[in-house]
Design a protein around this ligand. Structure first.
Ligand SMILES: Nc1ncnc2c1ncn2[C@@H]1O[C@H](COP(=O)(O)OP(=O)(O)OP(=O)(O)O)[C@@H](O)[C@H]1O
Length: 231
């Protein structure tokens, strides 16, 4: 699987409570589009929704199935299929040097040295960031860090990539770079964002409000509803 494959994610009456607080009211839907946006006000449940997909958050009711694998019962299969880039990518870079960090996930999967070296150089080259390979991750700019995180996550060949606010705190130039990079990805992509232009040409956009999915529509329609809701 990996590059260019299609996603098949099903929410079956899946919801999340934290004690007495409902972060996500139960919802059922199937996601098959290649570009899906997730929008809504702060605290509306977007990250909770996205983390259900890679099993990082477990549903308190219902289930989520990714390509036939249950996110709870088949957690390791799901983790292999769903790549996730967190809101602050510096927190997911584990090793100090970019090239080593990219290699880390492959080492953990038991690949040999030569294979790993080739895969790391390939992915750096794929995103035009070979010059970042020898850099220290903590010295990178926000945009460079997003690119390094993309390499570390995509090198393992997930079918689906989830990006949580990938343009947060980026300047216009890096924002454009990240947008262009996302547009060029053969992988299926789910993007959570407050940056509405980033998702405006997506196939489908989900709008959350106070833990409820309130719109599931083509981008223009969902964005218009969001503006109404926020205004
Ligand atoms: N681990 C947790 N424990 C308790 N409450 C939580 C936890 N994680 C999230 N919540 C609550 O669930 C609700 C939804 O949070 P979530 O992070 O999904 O929202 P969001 O739409 O991604 O917000 P933002 O745009 O601010 O990132 C919020 O009220 C939040 O406080």
């Amino acid at each position: 699987m990996g590059r260019g494959s299609r996603l098949d994610i099903r929410f079956d009456n899946a919801g999340v409570d934290y004690g007495t607080r409902t972060a996500l009211f139960p919802l059922s839907l199937a996601l098959r589009e290649r570009r899906i946006g997730v929008i809504g006000l702060n605290g509306s449940g977007k990250t909770t929704f996205a983390r259900l997909i890679n099993g990082l958050v477990k549903p308190t009711t219902g289930r989520i199935v990714v390509d036939g694998f249950d996110t709870v019962g088949d957690a390791s299969e799901v983790l292999g299929k769903v790549g996730y880039i967190f809101q602050s990518p510096q927190n997911q870079i584990i090793l100090p040097i970019v090239r080593d960090d990219i290699a880390f996930g492959l080492k953990a999967r038991g690949y040999g040295k030569t294979q790993i070296e080739a895969a790391v150089e390939n992915i750096l080259d794929r995103f035009g960031v070979s010059h970042l390979g020898a850099r220290r991750a903590h010295e990178l700019s926000g945009g460079e860090l997003q690119m390094a995180a993309l390499c570390s996550v995509l090198v393992t060949g997930p079918d689906i990539l989830i990006l949580d606010e990938p343009t947060n705190q980026l300047d216009l130039k890096n924002r454009a770079l990240v947008q262009k990079t996302i547009a060029g990805l053969p992988e299926a992509v789910i993007v959570i964002s407050h940056d509405l232009p980033l998702v405006e040409d997506f196939d489908r956009v989900l709008l959350f409000d106070q833990g409820r999915l309130v719109a599931d529509a083509p981008a223009a329609e969902a964005i218009a509803l969001y503006k109404e809701l926020a205004g």
